[in-house]
Design a binder for this molecule. Structure first.
Ligand code: GLN
Length: 484
């Protein structure tokens, strides 16, 4: 039997499984077949789990017993930095090449409980640093829409797997855009939850005050179903938040009011030939605004006076926290080790050989901004600016419910185009880093295509909502995409 993988959603797959149109095993086999034929070119997976079909049979038992939920038997791809007990999780790094997880991440445990099937672990930029999946120690992942281009990053493997029908849905992690940017480059929906919305227990730390696990899916409804299953208070993560700490939902029954930071967009538009937002992206964004208006949304101009500092603030804090989080990889406690003549020598050799270029760059810069002479000038100043940016959003959210921008300044770029130019790579994050700085939820949804060299490259828009107000993102996203 052939299963129409392209049009599967969690809901219709669930119904088909319960009706018995196909079994979970047949479904998983269908995905494994696509992996077999396509992943040689795309390289979304670092490993396809040997027990995927056994997991499928277990899920089938749950369905048979009549106790299935929406997620029973749903095939997931899992980013390589999220722990699944007994399986390797390498965070795209040589450092953890043979590290086997000793427990399940809370998000994974919650999905397992519902009988979700984990097909395999997906490629990513090493320790979630990058924007193209080229910083993986295991080679680059290609964009299924054009294999000469990147799928985005750092959850590029997860996004490519879903876009190429090599998994129905995926989990990624987002520190400064790593779910939303690859979702946008691959024509998918990507949600970065409110900070603390989803437990970070079992997610390898990159930047502890920014990191969040979230779904990458084909529809907003699917993202909502997964978020509902994995979110909530967890005793293993002191920063996880409970329902009651969520901000009150929007009052009234009218559609959410949309804010557009026109000034910020203009400042980054540049003129012909200058760097800045791509022309197709701007045009698509303006069309998206018109689409929202036609659907009955009110759109307002808003100002975010401090947002021009978002990239330097993000990167200073990112480097600082990364340098401290990666200190644990010393060749003694975990994984990779390169022998030296004494402890110090061994430490230096292990870290020099175990980490890739970008990781080493950030460790050096992070150590610098945290050093005693520069702590006040860089780290503390960036933290102060973080507060100012957060306050800008609080003020804006007094008159609007959602703030929209393009997700990325340009569509997917060519493999190799930016990898040797870190600044160019960092500039890709101009729209996505702010929600992580301020802890508010943000979602990228597909908004159209840009045609380049005969290929249709997906574009996306990003919606940001108040702290704890994922619901409004789902509501607006579903209306925008015409989902019931
Ligand atoms: N591109 C950003 C960075 O390199 C975001 C990465 C992420 O979200 N993990 O920091």
């Amino acid at each position: 039997m052939t299963i129409d993988l392209k049009n599967l959603t969690i809901q219709n797959t669930h119904e088909a499984l319960v009706r018995g149109d196909f079994t979970v095993r047949e479904l998983v086999e269908a995905y494994l077949n696509v992996i077999q034929s396509r992943d040689g070119d795309i390289h979304a997976y670092l490993e396809v789990y040997a027990d995927a079909l056994q997991q499928a049979d277990l899920a089938q038992e749950i369905i048979k017993s009549g106790k299935s939920t929406l997620l029973t038997g749903i095939p997931f791809a899992l980013k390589d930095n999220i722990l699944l007990k007994g399986k390797i999780a390498s965070s795209g790094s040589k450092m953890l090449e043979n590290y086997h997880a000793t427990y399940d991440a809370t998000a994974v445990a919650r999905l397992k409980k519902e009988g979700a099937v984990f097909i395999g672990r997906t490629n990513m930029d090493e320790f979630a640093m990058g924007g193209s999946t080229e910083n993986s120690a295991y080679g680059a992942t290609k964009n299924p829409h054009d294999i000469t281009r990147v799928p985005g990053g750092t959850s590029g493997g997860s996004a490519a797997a879903v876009a190429a029908d090599m998994a129905l849905v995926a989990l990624g992690s987002d520190t400064g855009g790593s779910i939303r940017q690859p979702a946008s480059f691959c024509g998918l929906v990507g949600l970065k939850p409110t900070y603390g919305g989803v437990s970070r227990y079992g997610l390898m730390a990159a930047v502890s005050s920014f990191d969040q696990i979230g779904p990458i899916t084909k529809t907003v409804t699917d993202a909502e179903i997964i978020f509902t299953a994995i979110h909530g208070k967890d005793e293993h993560d002191g920063t996880s938040i409970s329902e009651t700490t969520y901000t009150p939902q929007r009052v009234g029954k009218t559609k959410p009011v949309i804010g557009v930071p026109y000034e910020f967009l203009k400042a980054n538009s540049g003129s012909e030939g200058e760097s800045g937002i791509d022309r197709d992206v701007l045009e698509n964004f303006n069309q998206s605004i018109e689409h929202f208006k036609k659907l009955g949304f009110e759109v307002k101009d808003i100002s975010l006076p401090n947002i021009s500092n978002c990239l330097p603030v993000y990167y200073i804090l990112n480097f600082a926290e990364v340098s401290s989080n990666l200190a644990r990889y010393d060749g003694v406690k975990y994984g990779f080790n390169k022998e030296g003549k004494d402890f110090k020598d061994e430490y230096f050799k292990t870290r020099a050989a175990g980490f890739g270029t970008e990781a080493r760059r950030r460790i050096l810069l992070g150590t610098y901004v945290l050093s005693s002479g520069y702590y006040d000038a860089y780290y503390n100043k960036a933290n102060a600016a973080r507060t100012l940016i957060t306050n800008d959003f609080h003020t804006a959210f007094e008159k609007v419910d959602i703030i929209i921008t393009p997700t990325t300044p340009a569509p997917a770029f060519k493999i190799g185009e930016k990898v040797s130019n870190p600044l160019a790579m960092y500039l890709e994050d101009i729209f996505t880093v702010t929600p992580n700085l301020i802890g508010m939820p943000a979602m990228s949804i597909p908004s159209g295509f840009s045609e380049i060299e005969g290929k249709k490259l997906p574009l996306g828009i990003q919606m940001v909502a108040r702290h704890g107000d994922e619901k409004t993102l789902f509501e607006a996203g579903k209306i925008f995409l015409g989902e019931k």
